[in-house]
Design a protein around this ligand. Structure first.
Ligand code: SF4
Length: 255
């Protein structure tokens, strides 16, 4: 089985536990205003690589990747779900820790495609789920995507038969996601899921702008200031207050 691969990073430090071999797939249905990698949007903008080629390459780095493993990121990896199934299944046969970095876009609760998710999740140890905005309209405005796909995917991974550990990622942007009510709501949602094991609050930065210029595109957030790192700490506190509220409510219900 072949995939369309944008690039590979052999010593990733921010894409899951430990040091990781990170495969960035080509193709993404979203158009996040803050996307740093618009060159990953087109599925045809990748190099064709087979599962064996990738995993054989991984083996070269394996001795250095103790406590790590393989992460597939993008783009949006789920647009190549058949390739993901083949890659993750083979990786598990080789006893490799597997992680998927995704927005959940294209998840569906019905049909043949859903069955593919059921199969895929069995070979994944950890999903890093990017919840880009906590409101449906805000999500659409920021990404041109559907928040419900993300939340349905999260829900799916909380079920016993399709269980998977999740780390949530959330980018904070001035006036877009960095608002007390939104952060609190995000925390309130997170508090309802026992499979969420960690939360990563990422301050917006402006690294991708030059790629837009090179591609002849206008950067949608031109003039948006980078988010100071200390605001991630503040955002986290609000999210934690939302989580605490949810846990308290759930405890009261179960009394
Ligand atoms: S999901 Fe990722 S690759 Fe796709 S547009 Fe958003 S930030 Fe860019």
């Amino acid at each position: 089985m072949n995939g369309s691969i944008h690039s590979i990073e052999t010593m990733g430090t921010v894409d899951g536990p430990g040091l990781r071999y990170v495969v960035f797939t080509a193709g993404c249905p979203l158009r996040c205003k803050y996307c740093h990698n618009p060159d990953t949007w087109d599925i045809n903008n990748g190099k064709t690589m087979s599962v064996e080629e990738i995993l054989d390459d991984f083996e070269k780095y394996r001795p250095y990747l103790k406590n790590g493993g393989i992460t597939v990121s993008g783009g949006e990896p789920l647009v190549q779900i058949d390739f993901l199934i083949a890659l993750f299944e083979e990786a598990k046969k080789r006893n490799i820790h597997t992680c998927l970095d995704t927005s959940g876009a294209t998840f569906t609760k019905v049909g043949k495609r859903h069955e593919k998710f059921v199969r895929m999740i069995k070979s994944i140890d950890l999903v890093m789920l990017d919840i880009k905005h906590i409101r449906v309209d805000g999500y659409y405005d920021l990404t041109k995507g559907n928040l419900n796909e993300t939340l349905d995917f999260l829900d799916f991974m909380s079920k016993e038969e399709t269980y998977c550990d999740v780390w949530v990622r959330h980018v904070i942007l001035k006036g877009i996601t960095y608002k007390t009510e939104y952060l609190y709501e995000l925390g309130y949602l997170i508090g309802g899921y026992k499979n969420i094991k960690a939360i990563d609050v990422l301050p917006y930065h402006v690294m991708g702008e030059s790629k837009y210029e090179a591609m002849g595109l206008t950067y949608p957030l031109e003039g948006m200031p980078p988010m100071p790192k200390e605001n991630a700490v503040k955002a986290r506190k609000v999210i934690e207050a939302g989580i605490a509220k949810r846990l308290q409510e759930d405890r009261n219900k179960n009394k």
